[in-house]
Write a protein of this length. Structure first.
Length: 86
């Protein structure tokens, strides 16, 4: 079976009325089906979590920095000289 870019999942859940109303309003405002509105919110939440993780990583690196930093021009000079092999 070939791999596809998307997977369909059926999700059944009970939610508070105010949450359901908010999702309905969002779907109507965006003129999209309810499932697409929910998917958009999930994608936004994932992106927010990833950005938060990156921000926390940057703060940790700044906190633990010893002061031995490489200048940008030196970094790019080395980046062009060292082969990139992913």
């Amino acid at each position: 079976m070939p791999a596809t870019a998307t997977v369909t999942r059926r999700v059944t859940m009970t939610m508070p009325r105010h949450v359901s109303d908010m999702l309905d309003r969002k779907a109507r405002q965006e003129s999209v089906p309810l499932s697409k509105a929910i998917l958009g919110m999930i994608e936004d939440a994932i992106e927010y979590a990833e950005e938060h993780h990156i921000w926390e990583e940057a703060l940790e690196r700044k906190r633990t920095c010893t002061g031995d930093l490489m200048e940008w021009d030196e970094f790019w000079k080395l980046a062009h000289e060292v082969p990139y092999n992913p």
